[in-house]
Write a protein that binds this ligand. Structure first.
Ligand code: PLP
Length: 480
């Protein structure tokens, strides 16, 4: 493809994308295909002679679209939202064109410097404590990770290294292996599965603290575990608090954590993957109160802040905790400014070496929406979830299973798990809308998450009518 063909095809692709987004409501939200559907539709191996662009474009509707789950359909209410906006898509195109790998400042100064400034902009939108920002030349700073899972893992590995160094400084005879055997991390029993995986990958024990009646981790329950484990000779070193759990969007009590996390030996990481975006609204900012005691904080603008995947924003109070854990300097990556104290080499802040110019997406989105536009977007989603909540509450056959704070409603038919499983099965085989379930304690619960950028009240109303019809079928079948 030469440049003039690129110009033409690029414009066609923009039209295809715009038509896709505009017409997405008319597509069935969840595909009909069976596992293995795709292989028979394409050749066994790559073509020896080139195909044309026309051939490829024609195959999109034939081969790809039949197997796509349309996450941006206004009838998609599953999981949590994943961000999509035109400014972010255009910025991603530019990112592809520049195509730099910004592992160090010298590898592409704009890539590093825009990221640092965007993380400050975003931190200020959330009113993060100054200690997390870079602009005051303090010890903190922000970095874009690929996912919340990565951010949790990076925090756990840094905390692990810090604990090992601290214990070895006190008792030089201790080996790393002897220390690692005793390290324990903690999170709520409602924490995301990526937290448990971070423990598995990091080679340390991770204990689940029983959450309270509101599915929140409380200081007293954590304290009990800490005391028990310390008495047994174990070494507590890391706590993950969740703001906005994946199951039901509950909030661990951060303000209480101060008591648990003695700054000396416990690292507190805050995972607000979904809910974090809402903290740009003053009326939701109180949910972040207590973050000042955390060592690291993370949320995903790629979930709810209109910055397309991937963009997970992580801040630390002490950048040296990361760079101290992960820094290696082979000759081919060194550059003349690296020890000047004036620049950031983000490769020391993350697991991979390579990194894309992801801050462009933030820059485009923040400028084209403005903080007010982003706040309006969050508020609209929260309003729609309350609208759905009140529809559920008006129907005595149903119950709400957890407090509705942001854009997620957990609900179920009053009655057995079996009848709720049948309802979900009915919903997801009709494929007019798409939902996923969760378990809250031993209850099977349906999650209704406001997801699409274009979802309106009418879609929510239609979804509820549809759910009610299917519920009537399920209840009738149960009686028979
Ligand atoms: C979605 C979610 C995650 C995982 O996010 P990734 O960016 O996909 O790793 C982690 N924690 C919580 C609370 C989440 O909701």
């Amino acid at each position: 493809m030469n440049t003039s063909e690129f110009r033409r095809r690029g414009k066609e692709m923009v039209d295809y994308v715009a038509n896709y987004m505009e017409g997405i409501e008319g597509r069935q939200v969840y595909p009909d295909v069976e596992p293995g559907y795709l292989r028979p539709l394409i050749p066994d191996s790559a073509p020896q002679e080139p195909d044309t662009f026309e051939d490829i474009i024609n195959d999109i509707e034939k081969i790809i679209m039949p197997g796509v789950t349309h996450w941006h359909s206004p009838y998609f209410f599953a999981y949590f939202p994943t961000a999509s906006s035109y400014p972010a898509m255009l910025a991603d195109m530019l990112c592809g064109a520049i195509g730099c790998i910004g592992f160090s400042w010298a590898a592409s100064p704009a890539c590093t410097e825009l990221e640092t400034v965007m993380m400050d902009w975003l931190g200020k939108m959330l009113e993060l404590p100054k200690a997390f920002l870079t602009e005051n030349a303090g010890e903190g700073g922000g970095v874009i990770q690929g996912s919340a899972s990565e951010a949790t893992l990076v925090a756990l590995l840094a905390a692990r290294t810090k604990a090992i160094h601290r214990l070895q400084a006190a008792s030089p005879e201790l080996t790393q292996a002897a220390i690692m055997e005793k390290l324990v991390a903690y999170s709520s029993d409602q924490a995301h599965s990526s937290v448990e995986r971070a423990g598995l990958i990091g080679g340390v024990k991770l204990k689940a603290i029983p959450s309270d009646g509101n599915f929140a981790m409380r200081a007293s329950a954590l304290q009990e575990a800490l005391e028990r484990d310390r008495a047994a000779g174990l070494i507590p070193f890391f706590v993950v608090a969740t703001l906005g759990t994946t199951t039901c969007c509950s909030f661990d009590n951060l303000l209480e954590k101060k008591k648990n996390c003695n700054k000396e030996d416990m690292w507190l990481h805050v995972d607000a993957a979904y809910a974090g975006s809402a903290f740009i609204c003053p009326e939701f900012r109180h949910l972040l109160n207590g973050v000042e005691v955390a060592d690291s904080f993370n949320f995903n603008p790629h979930k709810w802040l209109l910055v397309n995947f991937d963009c997970s924003a992580m801040w630390v109070k002490k950048r040296s905790d990361l760079t101290g854990a992960f820094r290696l300097d082979p000759t081919y990556l060194k550059h003349s400014h690296q020890d000047s104290g004036l620049i950031t080499d983000y490769r020391h802040w993350q697991i991979p070496l390579g990194r894309r110019f992801r801050s462009l997406k933030m820059w485009f989105v923040f400028r084209m929406y403005g903080v007010k536009g982003l706040q309006a977007y969050i508020r609209k989603h929260v309003q729609l979830s309350h609208e759905f909540e009140s529809l559920v509450l008006q129907d005595p056959r149903f119950e709400i299973c957890a407090e509705v704070t942001l854009g997620l409603v957990c609900f179920r038919l009053k009655g057995s798990n079996k009848v709720n499983e049948a309802l979900l099965q009915g919903i997801n085989s009709a494929k007019k809308i798409h939902l996923v379930p969760c378990h809250l304690r031993d209850k099977f619960v349906l999650r209704f998450a406001i997801c699409s950028r274009t979802v309106e009240s009418a879609h929510v109303q239609r979804a509820w009518e549809h759910i009610k019809e299917l519920a009537a079928d399920v209840l009738r079948a149960e009686r028979e």
